[in-house]
Design a protein around this ligand. Structure first.
Ligand code: SF4
Ligand code: SF4
Length: 80
C-alpha cells in the first residue's frame, strides 16, 4: 500500500461513541457492531485530523504522523 496517512484505532481506548464515523466524509470508516473500522484508508486526506480532534479518548493515531506538523490538504467543507 502506498498510502502514507490514515487512522489507526486503539480499541483498548475506544469508547465506541461513533464520533469518528459520523465526522468523516471520505468513507474511511465503517461501523461494525459499535466499532469504527478503517475500511478505506485510501480515502483519508493527508494531514487531516478531523476524527482525531473529536475522539474523546485519544484512541486515534495516524500512520505517517511523524512530526505532528502535518496540515490538512483536503479543501472540503467541514471535514476538519
Ligand atoms: S483524518 Fe479526516 S479524512 Fe481521515 S478518517 Fe479522519 S476525518 Fe476522515
Ligand atoms: S471517536 Fe474515538 S472513542 Fe469514538 S468511536 Fe471513534 S475511536 Fe472510538
Amino acid at each position: 500500500m502506498s498510502k502514507t496517512w490514515y487512522p489507526v484505532i486503539d480499541y483498548s481506548q475506544c469508547k465506541e461513541c461513533g464520533a469518528c464515523i459520523n465526522k468523516c466524509k471520505h468513507g474511511v470508516y465503517e461501523q461494525r457492531k459499535n466499532r469504527p473500522v478503517v475500511v478505506n484508508p485510501e480515502g483519508c486526506v493527508h494531514g487531516c485530523r478531523g476524527c482525531q480532534n473529536l475522539c474523546p479518548s485519544g484512541a486515534i493515531q495516524y500512520v505517517g504522523d511523524t512530526d505532528g506538523n502535518n496540515s490538512c490538504s483536503c479543501g472540503c467543507s467541514g471535514c476538519c
